[in-house]
Structures are given as C-alpha cells and as structure tokens.
Design a protein around this ligand. Structure first.
Ligand code: AMP
Ligand code: MG
Length: 337
C-alpha cells in the first residue's frame, strides 16, 4: 500500500475531503491531535477498527479511545453519562482528557477490547476536530506508532512507523502537549486515574474531589496482577536503547555516569556536561519535558544509542505523566542514588 501524506496547514480542503472519504469507506487515516498523532478509523465500523490493531501490531485486548467533536455525540456511545463526567467535560473538553464509562450497544467489541466500557475524548486540536466533523462519525484512535514504540508527535515519525501500512497521514505540524491524554475511569464507584497526561490529577481533584490513582501508574504490574487499563500491562514507549532512570540530583548523576560509555537523556542547559546526550525539556518545566520526551527517545535511536542514563523529572502535576512514560520506556529500570 502506498502511504500519502497531506499537509493540512497547506491543503486544508483536500486533507478534509480525502480523510472523510477514506474513513467513511472503512480505511485508516493518521491524524494530528494536541496530545500525539492518532491512527483513526470509523468507531462504528468493526472491520475498519480491526485494521488499527493489525497496522500497529497492537494486542486485541487493549481497547481504543473514541474521539468526538461535539458533546451531543457522547450520549449515543455510553449507557449513561454520570454527573461527574458532565462536570468534568464542561471544564476540560475539548482537551487532553479521556473519560471511561459503561458502553452502549453501538460500540463494537473491537473498540472496547471486549470490556463493557468505552473510553471517550473530545480533542482540542482544530484539525482533529474538523476531520472528525467531516467524517461524520466518532473516530476510534490509539497513538499512531507501532505497538511498543514511542508515540509520534509529528508526521515524520508517523511515516517512519506506518509507511506502507495505511493509505493516508494528515500532517498538522507538532503536537502541543506531546504525551497522550489523561485517562480517568468513571465506570466504577469512585473515579480512578488510569493514565496521567495533559490534564493533571491536581486539576481534576480540584474540580470533583477524590480520584484514586491506579497502581500501575507508578509501579510495574506484578505477575498475574490484573490491569485496570489493559494498556498498562504491555511494554510501552520503548526505544531500541536500554534506558535506566537515575533518581537524585545533578551532582550524584554526574558522579554516577562518569567514565561510563553511554548516552545521557538530560535537561536543556546540561548539554555541556556530557559527551553524548539528548535533551528533553527544561528541569523546572514539566510541560517542556512532556513536549520533548517522545521525540528525544526517537532521537536516541537515530543516534545509535545503546545504553542511556536518564535524569528523573519531578513526579507531580504534569511531571507525573512524564515520569509515567519515562519509567515505561526504561522497562522500570530505576536507580535511586
Ligand atoms: P492509546 O490509544 O495508545 O492512547 O492508548 C489508550 C489507553 O487507554 C490504553 O492504555 C488503553 O488500555 C486505555 N483504555 C482505552 N479504553 C479503555 C477502557 N474501556 N477501559 C480501560 N482502559 C481503556
Ligand atoms: Mg499508544
């Protein structure tokens, strides 16, 4: 299959027309969003949704997020809209927040990975919204990378993973946030944060009160332990290089890596201290780290890095999302100094 790339910032009408035509005929289209690029299919078309799993090499029990462009599209997807979802949607939609609810019969099993729930998000990116609107259907879309690789935050990295696997990539430039959406389940008694992301835990609890933190956000699942979110049990965000996260200050880090033949994943301004390094944002800005992390992981591969030691981010606010991705990319290799 030949993969076409259309720059929506230059060919707006063609991008919308082509993506609508393909999505309506059961094909896949990679689309820009404010979090990361998504690999989209018509969420009501089970055969189309199954193509997502094969293009990504994604395990079939790992459910997909359904993307909508207006609030009226939510009710038909779910059994009921809980009060806390209404309040949260009003404040954080459109935006980098996914909410899980009991699903309606309209959601095919391929979307929910066989669960009785569905994850829904209304993205903020104007191109994503226009693509959904023009397609006229909700779009099931996971990140547009091969399963296991870092999520793509630009069209170049989508193409390097998906070339020949999908017919169309819509290039909408870089992604504002750079890590995937926050995922919260409202399907049980209490809201549970399953994945940290662009909307912080602090912001959500400020609005609706207590939100539980799923164990798998900060810890590796133990053998046989059931994941609240199936995605959390799989290898994730991993570059080819072997990464170790070093907890502790810069001084200790410098002593630790001294004399080792390695690459360093460090903060901006620290480049002069290491022979071989890639930076991921500023030490005091979790937003800049989120924005850079996945690109930095891919750059390490491009530079042929084999062993990498990474500086550790702060673990609160947006930093929780950065830390959650970094420890997964490191396969939970963490050293505390
Ligand atoms: P991605 O599409 O790559 O951003 O991944 C979507 C994430 O949301 C994965 O970690 C999924 O396991 C999770 N997810 C999607 N739908 C559900 C659901 N119904 N219940 C629990 N987790 C979900
Ligand atoms: Mg993903």
């Amino acid at each position: 299959m030949k993969t076409k790339v259309i720059d929506i910032t230059k060919q707006y009408d063609e991008a919308l027309g082509e993506s609508a035509r393909l999505l309506q005929s059961g094909e896949l289209v990679a689309i820009p969003t404010e979090t990361v690029y998504g690999l989209a299919a018509n969420a009501f078309d089970e055969a189309a949704v199954k193509k997502i799993y094969s293009a990504k090499g994604r395990p079939s029990d790992n459910p997909l997020i359904v993307h909508i462009s207006d609030i009226d599209s939510l009710a038909p997807l779910v059994a009921e809209v809980p009060e806390k979802v209404k309040i949260t949607a009003q404040k954080f939609w459109p935006g980098p927040l996914t909410m899980i609810m009991k699903k309606s019969d309209k959601i095919p099993n391929a979307v929910s990975g066989g669960l009785d729930t569905v994850a829904v998000r209304m993205p903020e990116n104007r191109f994503a919204r226009a693509i959904i609107e023009n397609a006229g259907v909700p779009l099931a879309a996971p990140s547009a990378n091969l399963s296991g690789s870092p999520s793509p935050t630009n069209a170049k990295y989508v193409l390097s993973d998906m070339d020949g696997r999908i017919p169309l990539i819509i290039d909408g430039g870089g992604c504002k946030i750079g890590v995937e959406s926050t995922v919260i389940s409202f399907a049980g008694e209490k809201p549970v944060l399953l994945r940290p992301g662009g909307v912080t835990l602090e912001e959500i609890t400020g609005l609706i009160g207590e939100v539980e933190l799923a164990d798998a956000v900060l810890n590796e699942l133990k053998e046989g332990e059931k994941a609240a979110s199936p995605g959390m049990k799989y290898k994730h965000y991993a570059p080819k290089a072997d990464i170790t996260v070093i907890k502790g200050g810069l001084d200790g880090f410098l002593k630790y890596v001294k004399g080792r033949d390695c690459f360093v994943l460090c903060f901006e301004g620290e480049e002069g201290l290491f022979e071989k390094c890639v930076t991921y944002g500023r030490e005091n800005s979790a937003f800049s780290q989120a924005n850079r992390l996945f690109d930095a992981l891919r750059e390490l591969d491009e530079k042929g890095a084999k062993k990498v030691y990474a500086r550790c981010p702060e673990i609160s606010g947006m930093g929780l999302a950065v830390y959650n991705r970094l420890i997964r990319s490191a396969g939970f290799n963490i050293i505390e100094l």
